[in-house]
Write a protein that binds this ligand. Structure first.
Ligand code: ATP
Length: 426
C-alpha cells in the first residue's frame, strides 16, 4: 500500500514513523515533510493547503491512502477534494472541521447540545465588545473566531488588557478575517488536558489522555506556543472523568454534528479544563495534537493503518485499541527566541547519540538537511520522546536524550511531566 501524509511537523514525523511499522505499507510520501521525515519517506514539496496539487499528486502516484496532519489542510477542504475524486483520505470534511475552524460555531454548538463550556458572548462590533468588557470586569478571555495558529486567544487579567485584545483582533486585524467575529468568554481555572479519539461518525474510540504544555517557559510562564512538550497518560483525567467526557462531550458532539448535517470522521480532540472534577470544553481540534501525537503514537500498539481504514469504512466498532501501559513524555526543543523571532540554519549535534538510547525517538519538526547535516529550520525543532516504566523513568530518559543534543541558541522546558508526578505523589 502507498500512503501519503500531509504536513511537516513533529506530529507528521510521528505519524510517518508509526505507519512505517505497518507490514501493509510499501511506500510512504510526505508533503512537504522535514529533515527527519526524509529518512523514512519521500518528501514532496507541495503546500499543505494546495488541495488541487495534492489530489493530482495522489492520482498520478496511485496513492492508496492519504492522512492529513494539520488543521489548515482540513479547513482548506482537502478531504472534500479527495473524496470527490474517489481517493481514500483520513480526516473530517471542511463542513465538519468547522468545529476547529470557527470558535463562534463551536460555542453555539456546545450550548445547543448542552455540552459543558465557559459562558460566552459573540461580537462583530468592537465598540459593543468593549462596552460589554467594561461592564463585565476582568479576568476574561478574548478569542478570534477563526484559525490564528494558536495566537488568537488572549487571556486578559484586566478590562484594559481585554480592550487591547479587542483592538488587536478587530481593529488592527492582527489575524485578518479570522477576527471579524470575536468570542468573549468567562475565564476558567483548573488543569488542562487533551482528550483525543478516533471516530467514524458513530463510534468514538478514545486514546489515553494526554497533556500539552503551551507556555514557553518553565512553570507555565511566558507567551503561548504551539506546544513545548506533552505526556500521556494525564493523571488529572481519572477513570470517572474519562467516562464523563465520553458521555457528556464526545458522544453528544458526534451525534450533534450528524444532526447538523455535518457528519464527523477522523480524529476528534477535545481541549478540556478540569477543576476539582468539573469538566469544561475549551476547544475542539479536528486532528491529532502536536506534540500530544508523539507520546500517544509511541504508546499505540495497533497497526495505525487498520484503525484508519476502519474509520473510513465506518466499522470502528470492530476495533480494540492496544496501548502500551508505560507512560511516554515528549520534550520539545525549540529555537532561541521562539515563539517570537528566531534564527534558523543552526547545525544540530548529538542526534545519533540521543536516538541510540533505548525507548527514545527523536521526532523532527523544523529541520532540514543541508550538505548532509541536519540544521534548524523552524521555531519548534525536535520532539524528543521517551517511554519509561513510570513517569519519572520516562522523564529521566527523555531529558537524558535532550542533554545529548545541542545547537547554538537551543531552548526547552525543564519541567515537562512534573504535573503528572505531583498527581502520582498525592
Ligand atoms: P490551539 O493552539 O490549541 O489550537 P486555540 O488557538 O485554538 O489553541 P484555545 O485552545 O481555545 O485556542 O485556547 C488556547 C489556550 O487559552 C488554552 O489552552 C487555555 O490555556 C487558554 N484558554 C482558552 N479559553 C480559556 C478560558 N475560558 N479560561 C481560561 N483559559 C482559557
Amino acid at each position: 500500500m502507498k500512503v501519503l501524509v500531509i504536513g511537516s511537523g513533529g506530529r507528521e514525523h510521528a505519524l510517518v514513523w508509526k505507519i512505517k511499522q505497518s507490514p501493509r505499507v510499501s511506500e510512504i510520501y510526505c508533503a512537504p515533510g522535514n529533515g527527519g521525515i526524509a529518512d523514512l519517506a519521500r518528501c514532496v514539496p507541495i503546500d499543505v493547503t494546495d488541495t488541487a496539487a495534492l489530489v493530482e499528486f495522489a492520482r498520478q502516484n496511485r496513492i492508496d491512502l492519504t492522512i492529513v496532519g494539520p488543521e489548515a489542510s482540513l479547513t482548506a477542504g482537502v478531504v472534500d477534494e479527495f473524496e470527490n475524486s474517489g481517493l481514500a483520505i483520513f480526516g473530517p470534511t471542511s463542513k465538519a472541521a468547522i468545529l476547529e475552524g470557527s470558535k463562534a460555531f463551536t460555542k453555539q454548538f456546545l450550548t445547543k447540545y448542552q455540552i459543558p463550556t465557559a459562558a460566552f458572548k459573540l461580537f462583530d462590533d468592537a465598540k459593543k465588545a468593549k462596552k460589554y468588557v467594561a461592564k463585565q470586569g476582568g479576568p476574561l478571555v478574548v478569542k478570534a473566531d477563526g484559525l490564528a495558529a494558536g495566537k488568537g486567544v488572549i487571556v486578559a487579567a484586566t478590562v484594559a488588557e481585554a480592550q487591547q485584545a479587542i483592538d488587536l483582533i478587530m481593529n488592527q486585524k492582527a489575524f485578518g478575517d479570522a477576527g471579524n467575529q470575536i468570542i468573549i468568554e468567562q475565564c476558567l481555572t483548573g488543569e488542562e488536558a487533551s482528550f483525543i479519539a478516533f471516530t467514524d461518525g458513530k463510534t468514538v474510540l478514545p486514546l489515553p489522555s494526554s497533556q500539552d504544555h503551551k507556555a514557553v517557559f518553565d512553570g507555565d510562564r511566558g507567551p503561548n506556543t504551539g506546544g513545548m512538550g506533552a505526556y500521556s497518560p494525564a493523571p488529572v483525567v481519572t477513570e470517572e472523568i474519562e467516562h464523563y467526557v465520553m458521555d457528556h462531550v464526545m458522544l453528544p458532539t458526534i451525534r450533534g454534528m450528524a444532526a447538523e448535517g455535518r457528519p464527523y470522521k477522523g480524529m476528534l480532540y477535545a481541549g478540556l479544563m478540569i477543576d476539582q472534577g468539573r469538566v469544561n470544553v475549551l476547544e475542539f481540534n479536528c486532528r491529532f495534537g502536536d506534540p500530544e501525537a508523539q507520546p500517544l503514537l509511541m504508546r499505540l500498539e495497533n497497526d495505525l493503518i487498520d484503525i484508519i481504514e476502519a474509520v473510513i469504512a465506518g466499522r470502528l466498532n470492530t476495533v480494540r485499541l492496544q496501548i502500551d501501559p508505560r507512560p511516554a513524555i515528549c520534550v520539545v526543543m525549540a529555537s532561541g527566541g521562539y515563539p517570537g523571532a528566531y534564527q534558523s540554519g543552526k547545525r544540530i549535534k548529538g542526534l545519533k547519540k540521543a536516538a541510540a538510547l533505548a525507548g527514545v525517538e527523536v521526532f523532527h519538526a523544523g529541520t532540514k538537511t543541508v550538505k548532509g547535516h541536519v540544521v534548524t529550520a523552524g521555531g519548534r525543532v525536535l520532539g524528543v520522546t521517551a517511554l519509561g516504566e513510570t513517569v519519572i523513568a520516562a522523564r529521566e530518559k527523555a531529558y537524558q536524550a535532550v542533554s545529548a543534543i545541542d545547537w547554538t541558541g537551543c531552548q526547552y522546558r525543564h519541567d515537562i511531566g512534573e504535573k503528572a508526578m505531583k498527581h502520582t505523589k498525592k
